[in-house]
Design a protein around this ligand. Structure first.
Ligand code: UDX
Ligand code: ADP
Length: 456
């Protein structure tokens, strides 16, 4: 039996430890965090994150071999294995600001481990997305000073996507475990691989060196984001010509070499990973003297910003270039459906742009109320969260769909239209709704990447 501690009870640490605890009943898992409220909520049925199926998994293991605590020193002292799942945002200041990873939380964790670890051999597992060679830096911190423990650092990046975290953890495409190239390192990597081996078939668990594992995570996210920017760039071309982006996605996706996933045109990608990871990758390339490669990846983020801006400018243009005092309603604020997470959501920059034109902005989201209200509090202007979608759209000049929640397909759009200003506009930032039906009802519909359907 091992004592396994996870530092960081967020979107990565919480679900991953819950799944490990479920499948490895002989080991004890303690998830710690500096945030007391988060820990209290993990210990209740009002979990701090919304993730379909998560509560059921937590309930099966909690109190048996899954525990949540704020006592970080004790959890480190007892640990044979320590997962590090603290946040690594983009640096907001100094050298590399806006691009490099801000490693202050991560470094504090490394120093906490060095101070408190007591077991003779401790495996430290990197879960946070980190720039490559961070494991090496972690090793350096851990071998500085006199510790009771001998450490081995393993990279085990997390590939779960929000909204599908539970199926992604239950049946991952692959699990990557990167170990240091020495006897202790290889043994440590095998120990971590064996944990996953409780429910995942062997040939899906890849053992690599530490750097390949770290870089694979950045590259996987960069490649996924690059597909979205590619299709979004073509959606702009479609709007200038007679082509339809849905037809193009379908046609190219049927090519087995391309495949159908991540070809859905959108107002732009969001979330805590894509933008941050591409900027890390780009910064890394710059650092290693590869400006052309750095610029190639940075362009994926530029196209993403262009896409959100294009969506906004279209709303402005259709409203005769004046939004002052006009009510614009956003359906959805989370960066994707089935999550309450709003980090880096395109809704944030869209709201800011609308407010800069003095629009009156009303926002609805079925799950992300708390997070949305937190984000709106930092914005200046006439903006508010409204709990009921019909009320949010009451008297609106335009509705903009930002997140493709299923619920938005099931609304009574005839009823919404009755209470909207005329002409009524609907901008579908996800091509989620039935455009012909809405047009027939009387809306002027603006899809992404195809001709608008208007009565004007
Ligand atoms: C991503 C990776 O998928 C996951 O492997 C990694 O561990 C973390 O980052 P996540 O950010 O949770 O996961 O969501 P994802 O489903 O990848 O979507 C990211 C963004 O891209 C969302 O805003 C989504 O709406 C957008 N997207 C996705 C598109 O705009 N079009 C698509 O076709 C797919
Ligand atoms: P992710 O999406 O990567 O899981 P989150 O922000 O959801 O990121 O979670 C990271 C968690 O790590 C937060 O709950 C934060 O409070 C916690 N955290 C940050 N620094 C430390 C630290 N030094 N010790 C313990 N927990 C930390």
């Amino acid at each position: 039996m091992s004592q396994i501690t996870c530092i960081g009870a967020g979107y990565v640490g919480g679900p991953t430890m819950a799944m490990l605890a479920l499948h490895c009943p002989e080991h004890n898992f303690t998830v710690v965090d500096i945030n007391e409220e988060r820990i209290q909520r993990w210990s209740s049925d009002n979990l701090p994150i919304y993730e379909p199926g998560l509560l059921e998994v937590v309930q099966q293991a909690r109190g048996r071999n899954l525990f949540f605590s704020n006592d970080i020193p004790t959890a480190i002292q007892q640990a044979d294995i320590i997962f590090v799942a603290v946040n690594t945002p983009t640096k907001a200041f100094g050298e590399g600001a806006g691009k490099a990873a801000d490693l202050q939380y991560w470094e504090k964790t490394a120093r906490d481990i060095l101070t408190h670890a007591r077991q003779p051999e401790v495996i430290v597992v990197e879960k946070s997305t980190l720039p490559v060679r961070t494991a090496e830096a972690m090793s350096r911190i851990l071998s500085s000073g006199s510790s009771h423990s001998q450490f081995s650092v393993v990279s085990n990046p997390e590939f779960l996507a929000e909204g599908t975290a539970i199926p992604d953890l239950q049946e991952p495409d692959r699990v990557l475990v990167g170990g240091e190239e020495n006897v202790f390192g290889r043994r440590a990597a095998r120990t971590i691989a064996d944990l996953y081996g409780h429910w995942i078939v062997k040939d899906r668990i890849l053992l690599t060196n530490v750097w390949s594992s770290e870089l694979s995570k950045l590259v996987a996210n960069a490649m996924l984001a690059q597909r979205i920017s590619s299709i979004n760039s073509i959606s702009a071309l479609c709007e200038r010509t007679q082509a339809n982006i849905g037809e193009i996605s379908r046609a190219i996706g049927m090519d087995r070499r391309i495949g159908p996933h991540f070809l859905q045109a959108s107002i732009g990608f969001g979330g805590s990973c894509f933008r941050k990871d591409i900027l890390h990758l780009s910064y890394l390339c710059e650092y290693y003297g590869l400006p052309e490669v750095a610029d190639y990846w940075a362009s994926v983020v530029r196209i993403n910003e262009f896409q959100t801006d294009r969506f906004f400018k279209n709303i402005l243009k259709q409203q005769f270039n004046t939004l002052a005092g006009k009510k614009i309603t956003l359906f959805g604020f989370a960066f994707k459906p089935d999550t309450g997470d709003t980090r880096d959501s395109p809704a944030i920059s869209l709201c800011r742009k609308l407010l800069s034109e003095h629009a009156q902005v009303r926002v609805h989201d079925p799950r992300a109320r708390e997070e949305t209200e937190h984000d709106l509090a930092s914005m200046e202007g006439d903006i508010a969260f409204v709990e009921d979608p019909y009320e949010a759209a009451y008297g609106a000049h335009a509705v903009a769909l930002v997140t493709q929640w299923q619920q938005y397909r099931d609304l009574d759009y005839g009823h919404i239209l009755e209470n909207m200003m005329r002409p009524a506009y609907l901008f579908d930032g996800r091509n989620h709704l039935d455009h012909q039906y809405l047009f027939n009802l009387g809306y002027n519909v603006f899809p992404l990447g195809s001709a608008p359907l208007t009565h004007l």
